[in-house]
Design a protein around this ligand. Structure first.
Ligand code: 15L
Length: 267
C-alpha cells in the first residue's frame, strides 16, 4: 500500500532520477516527474511536466498537491557561471518557494561531495565541518544547503541534503573506491529520507559502506541509513585499470578529486 499520495521527482530524465522513478513507484499513488529533457511516455501512475527549474511559474505549479519532493533537477557538474546560477541557485530558490507556498512537508535533494571537495584526504569529516567547495558548482551546493537550513529555521519546511559521492552502477576509477554510492544503496537512502519521522534539516553523505570512505554519518543516525555495498570488491579492477597516481595530485589529495584540480571553467 502506497505511503504517499503524490511524490515529485525533479531531474527525472537523469540517471539517478530515472532509477528512482522506477524504484519509488510503489511508495506513492501518483509520481509527478519533471525535467528539462524528454522523459518518455507517462506510466498510468505518472504525471509528466517538461520544463526548466529556472521557470518560477513551472516550479510553483508542479509543487502543488505534493507530499514530498525529491529534487535532482539542475546542473550536475561544473559548468559556466550562468548555467549553474540559473539551474542551481535561481532554480533551487524557485523550487523552495513553490514548496513553501504549497505546503510541501519535506524536500530531499542531491547536494554533492563538491560542497566539501577541498578537504584533504587524510581528514575524515562529518556533517559539522565548514563547507570547502571545489568549483562554482560546489558553491551552488553550499548555497542550496544554506537555503535548506533557512527554510527549516524560518518556515518549518524539512529537508535532507544528501551530499552524494559518486553514484554509478560501479566505481569508474580509483577515487571512487572512496566515494562510490551504489544504486541499491541510493534507493535505500532515499526511502529512509522519505519515511524517517522527523528530519529537520539533515545533511547526510550519500556513500556506500566502502572500506576507504572518508565521510562519517553519525550525525544523521536518525535517518537509519544502513548501506550494504562496498567498493572494495572493485579494488583490483580499478588498480589494474590505471597506474599508481602521484599522491600530491589533487585527484588523490583532496576529497573532490579532479573537480578540485580543474582550472576555472571559463578560463
Ligand atoms: C558530482 O557531484 C557529479 O554530479 C557526478 O557526476 C560525479 O562526478 C560526482 O560528483 C563525483 O564526485 O564523483
Amino acid at each position: 500500500m502506497a505511503r504517499f499520495n503524490r511524490l515529485l521527482i525533479t531531474g527525472a530524465a537523469g540517471n539517478l532520477g530515472g532509477h528512482l522513478r522506477k524504484e519509488l513507484a510503489p511508495l506513492a499513488t501518483h509520481l509527478r516527474l519533471s525535467d528539462i529533457n524528454d522523459m518518455g511516455e507517462a506510466a498510468p501512475n505518472e504525471e509528466i511536466f517538461q520544463g526548466d527549474v529556472a521557470d518560477a511559474d513551472l516550479m510553483m505549479g508542479i509543487t502543488k498537491d505534493v507530499d514530498m519532493v525529491i529534487h535532482l533537477g539542475g546542473q550536475a557538474n561544473e559548468h559556466t557561471w550562468e548555467t549553474v546560477l540559473n539551474a542551481n541557485i535561481i532554480g533551487f530558490y524557485n523550487m523552495y518557494e513553490g514548496c513553501r507556498k504549497n505546503g510541501v512537508k519535506r524536500v530531499l535533494w542531491g547536494s554533492s561531495n563538491h560542497a566539501i571537495g577541498f578537504y584533504p584526504r587524510e581528514q575524515v569529516i562529518d556533517a559539522s565541518v565548514y563547507p570547502r567547495p571545489d568549483t562554482n558548482y560546489g558553491v551552488t551546493k553550499v548555497f542550496g544547503e544554506g537555503l535548506a537550513q533557512y527554510y527549516w529555521d524560518k518556515y518549518g519546511l524539512e529537508t535532507v541534503s544528501i551530499r552524494i559521492g559518486s553514484c554509478f552502477p560501479k566505481p569508474l576509477d580509483r577515487r571512487m573506491l572512496t566515494t562510490w554510492l551504489s544504486y541499491p544503496d541510493l534507493t535505500h537512502l532515499v526511502e529512509r529520507c522519505l519515511i524517517a519521522p522527523r528530519v529537520a534539516h539533515t545533511v547526510i553523505y550519500g556513500v556506500s559502506d566502502n572500506d576507504a570512505k572518508l565521510w562519517d554519518n553519525h550525525m544523521a543516525a536518525h535517518i537509519g541509513f544502513r548501506p550494504k555495498d562496498n567498493a572494495e570488491v572493485f579494488r583490483a579492477e580499478m588498480e589494474a585499470a590505471s597506474p599508481e597516481p602521484d599522491p600530491n595530485d589533487a585527484f588523490v589529495a583532496l576529497h573532490g578529486g579532479k573537480f578540485a584540480s580543474a582550472p576555472h571553467y571559463e578560463d
